[in-house]
Design a protein around this ligand. Structure first.
Ligand code: NAD
Length: 459
């Protein structure tokens, strides 16, 4: 299952998704009820708000990613799209047209400058805001949305400085609204399967995890004036660390009950030489082009960060969006009784596989996966795959968050997860700058990680 950063949801995909909606999308209520027993019973110390009969959604940023969220949200029962903000008129107009073409009322549009979204936040017909803008905007927009009384859902990473991580935590506490980072990889079939294995105790006591986001995204540099490459390229030039840690790390953090029984304690990080972007610029753009005017590309092409948790477990998190190398999120989780590794899927587990000194793969692994499939995927997997978005995980994430809001349930990821998973970005940069020295990870829960209940997706 690949995360294709640069692709928008295709028209074919959108038609299929709207067909689901037109068919009444049985996912809405029927399946929601069926799933309820299997997913997240109420936790004693988890944040929730009263049920929303309908969810009135607004969007900030409807480029490559945000337009996909918009299309998928429109397939979900009980969702209204009331307003959209984007400071790039073609993106804004296309998004408004997309809503109108689906037969829904025309949403209010806000496109007049970088802060037009603030006007949108004054509306009283908006319950939640989905933010899919460049990284440097995420926290500011979340904080503004929370302060305006809206629930804030932001793309990854939620924050790019430690100060921003704390801003999110403090503002959520003050405003008592949901603040969640949209880490879709936690809803992949393999990741949910691993979570199920872990919750069933089949891997034993957890010891070690490996996570990554390795994805050759150099071609985004062709988006020079608008689009992902136009802003993301500057991050590779100016910063040096693990700039995009959460896709691989989010699932491993949930396996390990991070912020709910364990927490990230400290980390060390090192980076490789920074060569690939400069080479790519030289090969693909004329000497006077702005990418060739960048004097120093700071960010090591491959970053390797290791994290130690309070309970002594270890996690390796790698990041490389620059090298010619096949896609991987690693997704390895190792316990005293077994190990699962992704990309490609492999399992060695006492009691489940014939041997533990070699991997079980292919058809035999598929049998095991079917047997221990996560209940959420059993109930919703087929619809998720039809709903689409990186193999269905995007749709499943959005379905699940709408379900939680409409049922007054705590969310699967909360502001502490957004802060702790995103903090690996700035903390890895601190460590890289100090030759890999260990850096403490703040306890964003302020001690509550010890009493917060584990995420109990599996009943
Ligand atoms: N989870 C995933 O699988 C996944 C995949 C792709 C992208 N992303 C994330 O989604 C986010 C957006 O990425 P993208 O590829 O869609 O980028 P993009 O450049 O295509 O889209 C960003 C949009 O935000 C708009 N924007 C920028 N500043 C704004 C402002 N002040 N007010 C209103 N609109 C503003 C831009 O005009 C643009 O339309 C990033 O954080 C990226 O990392 C996540």
């Amino acid at each position: 299952m690949w995360l294709n950063e640069s692709s928008t949801v295709s028209r074919r995909h959108f038609l299929r998704a709207t067909t689901l909606a037109a068919a009444g999308l049985a996912v809405g209520d029927g399946a929601a009820t069926r799933t309820a027993a299997a997913v997240t019973p109420a936790g004693a110390d988890l944040f929730r708000v009263p049920k929303l009969a309908r969810v009135r959604a607004a969007f900030i940023g409807v480029g490559a990613r945000g337009s996909g969220h918009l299309e998928q949200m429109m397939t979900l029962e009980g969702v209204d799209v009331t307003a959209i903000a984007d400071n790039h008129p073609p993106a804004l107009n296309a998004a408004v047209a997309c809503v109108v073409q689906s037969g829904r009322p025309r949403p209010a549009a806000y496109g007049d400058g970088d802060y037009a979204y603030r006007k949108m936040l004054e509306r009283d017909d908006v319950d939640l805001v989905i933010i899919a803008t460049p990284w440097e905007w995420h926290t500011r927009m979340c904080v503004d949305a929370l302060q305006a009384g809206k629930h804030a859902f932001t793309e990854v990473p939620a924050a790019i400085t430690l100060e921003e991580c704390w801003d999110l935590v403090k503002t959520q506490a003050k405003t008592q609204r949901h603040c969640m980072m949209l880490e879709n990889c936690n809803y992949g079939r393999e990741e949910l399967f691993c979570l199920n294995l872990v919750r069933l105790g089949l891997l034993g006591e957890l010891l070690h995890g490996e996570a990554a986001y390795i994805h050759d995204l150099r071609s985004q540099m062709h988006e020079v004036n608008h689009g992902t490459g136009s802003w993301r390229t500057w991050h590779y030039a100016k910063r040096n660390g693990n700039l995009y840690p959460t896709h691989g790390l989010g699932p491993v953090a949930q396996y390990m009950d991070i912020n709910r029984g364990d927490r990230f304690d400290h980390l060390s990080s090192i980076g490789s030489p920074a060569l690939g972007r400069e080479l790519f610029a030289k090969k693909n753009f004329p000497p006077e082009h702005k990418w060739n005017q960048i004097k120093l590309w700071n960010c090591g092409d491959m970053n390797t960060t290791i994290i130690k948790t309070a309970r002594g477990r270890t996690i390796m998190v790698q990041w490389d969006e620059t090298s010619p190398r096949p896609y991987s999120r690693h997704n390895l989780i190792q316990g005293t009784q077994g190990t699962f590794a992704g990309f490609p899927n492999r399992l060695a587990c006492e009691g489940l596989t014939a041997a533990t000194h070699e991997w079980t793969e292919g058809a035999r692994l598929e049998e095991i996966m079917k047997k221990y499939e996560h209940p959420l995927f059993v109930k919703m997997g087929e619809l998720a795959q039809q709903g689409g978005g990186h193999g269905g995980m995007d749709w499943l994430m959005l379905w699940r968050l709408v379900y939680c809001l409409r049922n007054g349930e705590p969310l699967d990821q909360d502001v502490y997860d957004a802060a702790a998973w995103s903090a690996v970005g700035p903390l890895s940069a601190q460590s890289v700058a100090r030759r890999g020295a260990a850096v403490d990870v703040p306890d964003f829960t302020r001690g509550r990680w010890q009493v917060r209940p584990p995420l109990r997706i599996v009943s």
